[in-house]
Each structure stands twice: as structure tokens, then as C-alpha cells.
Design a protein. Structure first.
Lengths: 214, 264
């Protein structure tokens, strides 16, 4: 298996030592997704190669253990198959849907594990891994969780997509089935309510981008 | 900094995804199974209508005849538990499990077949509160433990009994297509399917279950050529379960009784 291909599109500088990849990449998931919807396993495998690392890293910020991040990542892609009739591409990319699902499952990874129990039980892994997170990541995880606690599912996904994933508000809105104006209002209320700001953890995305509707 | 999954873990997930569309897909087998379980939930109202189909399936090629062996072990627990059902008789091929919900909510689940599948009862949704499973997973060699997974607060009663199983072979028609019913060996090319007007015939498995929302499909005789009618498979396999339901999540979460390694 080759190196994972992760969004070859616009590279953005994030915080110190951090390179962020935009969802606005030039990889069009459309053709692969059309094949995947016809139950072509190879297409699902290729989509997994393309987006796995991004999903996994997001999962790691939402759960404690690598083990749980494995479960969440697997469940996200199994859900992609299970919901293949209803999944929508946003700006030719599956990534917004994958990330929203990652946030949903990451917040309740027991549920993620329950549906795919038998499959997840077969995954090879070590009993306990030495945490590889650095202090910055630990801080991010703790603050992110504190921020998400008490938020509705949609609001949590909206916050993560726009604050941490460089997803323009209109794309985040579309992947959540909201009007852009509604999403902006909700984001405003979320930030007021939380009184926390995650932007210092990812300075490049402050303020949330509006993107261009063309 | 480029954090990624362990290569063997990601390879295992990738392999499962790559198997989609083939007979090796555990995901697809599980969905089919869940669909059957969901269908059974609504079975009360349509029991009369499906009796003919049930008779048709009974004794079909590939069907498994189960005969109870020895004593029944009865146990009542709350949450997940391991039940000692005694050593398996040498002729045992499965465990028959009768599960009764004693709570109004939560899920009770037993492993079936080789352990890669399971049958579950949702206590809040089941009209009868009972589940009859004839292909419960045998305890591992040398063990007498039968595992019942359940939501932490859910009380249940299980009556468990070993059973011998004999599975007949699928038939093969002149075109070389296998026909019969799905079993632990997988699925044949043609499986029983009723036309929209209720006549029993056979559908290509790929038409009926390989992909969803394909529209009306042909129903054949066992020769795989003669069309006796058409059937319209249900458009959706499963309702989309909301991913986050707060309390319901906790009630329905299933905890595993013990880390029994899956059978290879």
C-alpha cells in the first residue's frame, strides 16, 4: 500500500510547525464515488487511501486512545458504505461528510463500536500504545472536548469544520443541510455561548472563511 | 509531524472495504442479516401472509435442520454476562438461544455462526420481547461459555441449549447456477423471492441483495431462465439511525461480556 494521498490541493500554513490541508483540493471524489455507489470495493478502498489520514487525525483529537481513534476511523468508512445512498458530495469532495461523521462518532465512540463490533474486534492492534500526542495535541484535545460538551451534534460539527478544518462556512453548511445564513448565525451563537476561542490553536482559520459561492 | 494509523490496522480496514461487492464482504453479510432481523420485528402482522413462503423455504437446498441436544440452561442477568452451558456434545453444531427481554429498553445480542455475525433484540421495539436464535455460536473448544452482550441496564432471561445441525447442499441448475437459501457457507446464485403478486420464485442474489434501489427485478423458476413475474425490492434497507440520541445511545449501547477472541 502506497503512501496515503491526502488532499493534494491548496496547502495552507497553519500554526507553528503545522501544515493544514484545505478541503478545497483538486481531487474530485465524484468519479470514485460514482463507482463506490455501485458497490465497487476498489473504489471504497481508494477513497479510504485518500482520506484516511485526515479522518484519523481528527478522530485522535476527539478520543483518548489510539485504539478508539482506529474504531472511529473504521466506523466512519463503514458508515460511508452503509449510507451510500444518502451521502452527498460538497464541492466535489467527500471530506466534509467524512469529517462531520468523524465528529459525530468521535463524540460517542461506544456507539460507533457497537454497530461494527464484530468487524472492529478483528482489527490487529497492540494492547496499549504509548501515547504519541505532544503537549500541544493534548491541550487541543482537552479544550476541544470541553468546547463540544453541551453542543448539539450539528453545532459541534459546524464548529469543528469551520474552526479547525478550514472548511468554508458555505461548504460546512451544505454538508450539514443548512443554509449558509443559518450556519453563520448558529456559529455566532455557539461562539458567544462557549466563550472559548479555538483559533489560537489554528491561527490560519480565524475568522471562519466565507468562501465564494460561484 | 505526520500521524497516521498503524499500517496493519489500516490494511485490515482497507481490506474490508475492498471486499464490498464480493461474497467476502462481512459488511454486506451483516446488513443482510440486520435486514432479516428488522423484518422479523414486524413479522407479527404479516405472519399469515408469509407462512407460504416459510413452508417454501423449509427444506430448500442449503437449509439447516436443527435438532436440540441435551438439557436447557436458563439464566437471568442484567447487562452483559457469560453463561456456562456445559460442555458441548460432540455432535453439537450450534446453540439454540431463546432470549426474553425483562426490561423495556436496551439491546440484547448473541453471537451467531462463526461469531462474525450476531442476532440482537431491541427490547423497546420488539412486540413480543422474545428472540429465537437457532444458530448461536458454539463456545470455543474446551470452553462452556456462551456470551450474551447487552446494554448495561437491560435485564434479560436466556434459555440455552446445544443443537446438532445438518445443512443440505445447494442445488445446481442446467446453467450452472446454484440455488437454495443463504447459510453459513454464504449465498447461492438464486435465492427464494416472492413476486409482487405473491407467487414464490427465485431471484438472482445480486439483483435482490447485491445492490439497493435497482427497481423491479425478475423472479425466475429454478432454471434461472423462465420469468414468472417481477418483484420490487424495498427501496431502503435500513432507516438511517440518528447518530447521536443522548440517552437512547446509552440505553442501547452494548457491552461485551468478556474478551473472547473471534473464531478464525
Amino acid at each position: 500500500m502506497g503512501r496515503p494521498r491526502v488532499g493534494s490541493g491548496a496547502l495552507k500554513r497553519g500554526g507553528p510547525g503545522r501544515t493544514l490541508l484545505s478541503v478545497n483540493n483538486d481531487q474530485d471524489d465524484g468519479p470514485l464515488w460514482a463507482r463506490a455507489q455501485r458497490d465497487e470495493g476498489a473504489a471504497f478502498a481508494a477513497l479510504f487511501d485518500r482520506h484516511r489520514a485526515r479522518v484519523y487525525r481528527r478522530a485522535l483529537t476527539l478520543v483518548d486512545k489510539h485504539h478508539d481513534a482506529d474504531d472511529v476511523t473504521a466506523a466512519v468508512f463503514y458508515e460511508l458504505w452503509r449510507k451510500r445512498r444518502s451521502v452527498t458530495l460538497v464541492a466535489d469532495s467527500l471530506l466534509p461528510w467524512l469529517l462531520v461523521t468523524t465528529v459525530n462518532l468521535g463524540r460517542n465512540n461506544r456507539r460507533a463500536a457497537a454497530r461494527y463490533r464484530a468487524l472492529l474486534a478483528r482489527l490487529p492492534r497492540q494492547d496499549e500504545q504509548v501515547p504519541q500526542k505532544d503537549l500541544e495535541d493534548i491541550e487541543l484535545t482537552d479544550r476541544l472536548r470541553a468546547s463540544l460538551r453541551g453542543l448539539s451534534l450539528g453545532d459541534a460539527a459546524l464548529l469543528v469544520l469551520t474552526s479547525l478544518e478550514d472548511v468554508p462556512v458555505w461548504q460546512a453548511a451544505q454538508s450539514l443541510g443548512l443554509k449558509p445564513s443559518t450556519a453563520r448565525v448558529r456559529l455566532h451563537r455557539i461562539r458567544q455561548r462557549l466563550r472559548v476561542d479555538l483559533h489560537d490553536l489554528n491561527p490560519s482559520t480565524s475568522p471562519a472563511q466565507e468562501g465564494v459561492l460561484s | 509531524m505526520n500521524i497516521d494509523m498503524r499500517p496493519d490496522t489500516s490494511a485490515a480496514i482497507r481490506a474490508e472495504l475492498a471486499a464490498i461487492g464480493t461474497k467476502h464482504s462481512v459488511l454486506q453479510r451483516r446488513q443482510r442479516r440486520t435486514r432479516l432481523a428488522r423484518a422479523a420485528l414486524g413479522a407479527g402482522a404479516i405472519a399469515v401472509a408469509t407462512t407460504a413462503a416459510a413452508l417454501f423455504v423449509a427444506g430448500a437446498p442449503g437449509s439447516t435442520v436443527t435438532a436440540a441436544l441435551g438439557d436447557t440452561t436458563t439464566a437471568t442477568h442484567t447487562g452483559p454476562a457469560v453463561v456456562d452451558i456445559g460442555q458441548a456434545p460432540s455432535t453439537a453444531g450450534a446453540v439454540i438461544a431463546d432470549i426474553t427481554c425483562l426490561s423495556d429498553s436496551g439491546v440484547v445480542q448473541v453471537p451467531t455462526g462463526d461469531g462474525s455475525t450476531a442476532s440482537a433484540i431491541h427490547c423497546s421495539q420488539s412486540p413480543t420481547g422474545t428472540m429465537h436464535v437457532i444458530d448461536g455460536q458454539l463456545p470455543a473448544k474446551g470452553s462452556s461459555d456462551f456470551r450474551v452482550d447487552a446494554s448495561p441496564e437491560t435485564k434479560w432471561r436466556a434459555a440455552l441449549q446445544y443443537a446438532s445441525t445438518a445443512t443440505s447442499k445447494w442445488e445446481v441448475n442446467a446453467r450452472g447456477q446454484t440455488y437454495g437459501i443463504e447459510n453459513r457457507n454464504g449465498h447461492p446464485d438464486l435465492v427464494p423471492y416472492a413476486t409482487d403478486s405473491g407467487e414464490q420464485g427465485w431471484a438472482l442474489w445480486d439483483d435482490a441483495y447485491g445492490e439497493e434501489m435497482t427497481g423491479p427485478i425478475n423472479i425466475y423458476r429454478t432454471d434461472g431462465v423462465t420469468v414468472i413475474g417481477v418483484a420490487t425490492p424495498p427501496a431502503e434497507t435500513l432507516p438511517d439511525v440518528p447518530l447521536d440520541q443522548g440517552l437512547i445511545d446509552d440505553l442501547d449501547s452494548v457491552e461485551t461480556a468478556s474478551p473472547v477472541p473471534p473464531a478464525e
